[in-house]
Write a protein that binds this ligand. Structure first.
Ligand code: C2E
Ligand code: MG
Ligand code: MG
Ligand code: MG
Length: 281
């Protein structure tokens, strides 16, 4: 629907597309209210060690539980929030929730607590002149150990603003890590690994599912890991859905993975069960 509304091929006389555009406008206007009324929630998708399948971290993924529409996908509302600017406040809201959970786990479980809590950051957030200051404030107020936090940015976000690299550099000085998300989509270039301060490379699922097809995708995926390791960067293979993919990636040298095979995005309490010591009763 969003595509239809924004695309250049829209016919003004098509009532279906008109409705789609209307819907998009409504949803967009509704976002501010939704944030105020706590209709947003965060889920955590496990990031696992491919050898042991132990949960070492989680990606924080926002959801919108709309009173009439039900669950709205972030693929729909995040781009709308980007356009109308709500993403800035939504982003801090997600960060705060993630940090509160992470801080509580650090207190309760110490060394067992996940060390890679990954939070998506959009272009618009990264462009805010006070982004570093506000992240620092959330870290301080939630008392989270910032070394367990990873900020996921896309190459597009990094290139969209001049302040991206200095901001990411400053955040790293505070102890946070930086991940390059969706690597392999768009026009990701390896030179970005030199220009941009990157700790983690998230290899997109389009590459992860490639290996079984045994084509060019497999060659890139296999060689990318050596290159990445030599740079001292960690890689997370995203979107792993099958045992065959997981085994192939492990043999190729990938240590970390994420995908429905290991767990869908889940509430904090369910994630916690994965790394908490078993309860005795
Ligand atoms: P992403 O950051 O690349 O997140 C990974 C997406 O892949 C998630 O979709 C996740 O549920 C999905 N996924 C995980 N494992 C598998 C798998 O095995 N197979 C397949 N087919 N998909 C898998 P989700 O949660 O719908 O989020 C979509 C996108 O929305 C995210 O892509 C991210 O770009 C954006 N997003 C989500 N939460 C936030 C947020 O808090 N802030 C911002 N700025 N963007 C967010
Ligand atoms: Mg991500
Ligand atoms: Mg991704
Ligand atoms: Mg994505």
């Amino acid at each position: 629907a969003a595509k239809a509304a924004g695309g250049g091929r829209r016919h003004w006389f098509d009532p279906a597309l008109d409705r789609a555009a209307d819907e998009t406008a409504h949803l967009s206007a509704d976002l501010r209210r939704a944030l105020a009324q706590e209709e947003m929630l965060v889920l955590f998708q496990p990031i696992v060690d491919l050898r042991t399948e132990a949960t070492v971290g989680a990606e924080v993924l926002v959801r919108w539980q709309h009173p009439e529409r039900g669950l709205v996908s972030p693929d729909v509302f995040v781009p709308l929030a980007e356009r109308n600017g709500v993403i800035v406040e939504l982003g801090y809201w997600v960060l705060e929730h993630a940090c509160r959970h992470a801080a509580a786990w650090q207190v309760r479980y110490g060394d067992r607590a996940p060390t890679k809590i990954s939070i998506n950051v959009s272009a618009r957030q990264l462009a805010q002149p006070d982004f570093v200051e506000r992240v620092e404030k959330v870290v301080r107020e939630t008392t989270v150990d910032a070394r367990a936090l990873v900020l996921e940015v896309t190459e597009t976000a990094v290139f969209s603003t001049d302040v991206a690299i200095p901001q990411l550099t400053a955040l790293r000085k505070l102890g946070l890590k930086v991940a390059l998300d969706d690597f392999g989509t768009g026009h990701s270039s390896l030179s970005l690994l030199i220009d941009c301060p990157v700790d983690v490379l998230k290899v997109d699922k389009s590459f992860v599912s490639g290996p079984t097809a045994d084509g060019a995708g497999a060659i890139i995926t296999r060689n990318l890991i050596g290159f990445v390791n030599d740079f001292g960067i960690e890689a997370v293979a995203e979107g792993i859905e099958t045992r065959v993919q997981a085994a192939w990636l492990r043999r190729a040298g990938y240590r970390l993975g994420q995908g429905y095979l290991f767990g869908c995005p889940m509430p904090a309490a369910d994630l916690e069960r994965r790394f908490a010591p078993p309860k005795e009763d």
